[in-house]
Design a protein around this ligand. Structure first.
Ligand SMILES: Cc1cc2nc3c(=O)[nH]c(=O)nc-3n(C[C@H](O)[C@H](O)[C@H](O)COP(=O)(O)OP(=O)(O)OC[C@H]3O[C@@H](n4cnc5c(N)ncnc54)[C@H](O)[C@@H]3O)c2cc1C
Length: 280
């Protein structure tokens, strides 16, 4: 059968669930492959898809897989409501509709030759994982990779085996913290900003990519600025409810920006005046 290649952003393509892996009690990683005839699709780190759960609805989810691996799309989904719950409850072989990929993605090209600082909170590591793959696959093109990751508790940490594996790469530092450790946790306890004192940073030579709850991004950006990073070298991925994903419906408007088509990744310089207004 001939491959269907479409540039129509409103056309949903049929995919099948290949695998559903439990990451934490409420978060699962799904691997989808195109049904025969659909376009496998490539993506840039930081882009997202609109996933159609039949009979339930459509929702935006970041692509969390390896951009170098074609023919499948990987998503890490935290079950917070009806659509995400239905998505993580899909069985292997079930059909899911996929639109996209959408959005601009992280500045991985512009970061070449520089150190990359990844700062993630909770599920925020999902849209940043493709950046980590990209840097590790093209190690010679980048300087140091520093990953700072915080979760609520040890059982909320995503990709635990990979975190340990990434830390073994050369020129790579992975620091992990949790808000509440419990009896068996031997690692760091504290919010993600408390990791900065252990990070080996060269601020003038670095690009930072940050994703997590907005309160976390406010504190992390302050910390990065205090270490000397320029606001134009700090990038944030923003989330708002969205429907069309192509800038028509206006659901995701954030100040003058549409998160779906102008973002979801923005330089902190652009987001700063908006982030200062709570509840926007
Ligand atoms: C660009 C983008 C990328 C995303 N990537 C991921 C991802 O990789 N993994 C993941 O688990 N989730 C991701 N999300 C969030 C995900 O789309 C929402 O959690 C989902 O739409 C909630 O739908 P629901 O029906 O399950 O919950 P609902 O019943 O709609 O909502 C449950 C709770 O989540 C809040 N909520 C709903 N949608 C959003 C939203 N878009 N932003 C913030 N809060 C919301 C609601 O206010 C409510 O408190 C992303 C969102 C965007 C915009």
């Amino acid at each position: 059968m001939a491959t269907v290649v479409t540039t129509d952003p409103m056309l949903t393509l049929p995919y099948l669930v290949q695998d559903v892996a439990k990451e934490t009690p409420d978060t699962f990683t799904l691997r989808l492959a195109p049904e025969e005839g659909a376009n496998g699709g490539s993506f840039r780190p930081g882009q997202f898809s609109m996933l159609w759960v039949f009979g339930v609805g459509e929702l935006p989810i970041s692509i969390s897989g390896d951009p170098g691996q074609h023919g499948q799309l990987v998503y890490t989904v935290r079950s917070v409501g009806q659509a995400t719950n239905a998505l993580v409850s899909q069985s292997v072989g079930a059909g899911v509709g996929v639109r996209g990929p959408f959005g601009n993605g992280w500045p991985v090209e512009a970061a070449r030759g520089r150190d990359v600082i990844v700062v993630a909170g909770g599920i925020g590591l999902a849209p940043l994982r493709p950046v980590i793959y990209e840097v590790l696959h093209h190690r010679q093109d980048y300087g140091r990779l520093v990953v700072l990751y915080g979760a609520r508790s040890p059982r909320d940490l995503l990709y635990r085996k990979e975190l340990a594996a990434w830390a073994r790469h050369r020129e790579t530092q992975v620091l992990v913290t949790v808000d509440y450790g419990g009896m068996s946790w031997r690692g760091h306890v504290g919010v993600v900003t408390t990791l900065f004192k252990y990070a080996r940073l060269k601020p003038s030579h670095s690009v930072a990519m940050v994703c997590g709850p907005e309160i976390m991004m406010r504190f992390v950006t302050r910390e990065l600025e205090s270490h000397g990073l320029s606001r134009n070298d700090i990038y944030l991925s923003m989330e708002r409810n969205m429907k069309c994903a192509v800038g028509f419906c206006g659901h995701c408007q954030y100040g003058p920006h549409f998160i779906c088509k102008d973002g979801p990744v923005f330089p902190y310089e652009q987001m700063r005046p908006l982030l200062e207004k709570y509840e926007l």
